[in-house]
Design a protein. Structure first.
Length: 72
């Protein structure tokens, strides 16, 4: 698209970019810009590096299982 069209319709173009479209903007026949959506950075949740200990996946002792059964 030409620069003048982009200037005139910038709000509509930005809405389409937010929806995932990409646009090339040209001055005359020369492309001068590539308009692409900005991908949000992934935020760390604070526990991303935490690993469960291997013991987490071991079966519970029979006495503890019985307690769960009594309260369930």
């Amino acid at each position: 698209m030409k620069v003048q069209h982009a200037k005139t319709h910038l709000s509509a173009i930005l809405a389409r970019v937010e929806a995932g479209e990409e646009f090339l903007i040209a001055r005359g026949e020369t492309v001068v810009a590539h308009l692409v959506p900005v991908r949000p950075r992934r935020r760390e949740l604070g526990f991303g590096a935490y690993r469960l200990p291997d013991t987490f996946f071991e079966e519970l002792p029979e006495a503890e299982l019985e307690q769960w059964d009594q309260h369930g």
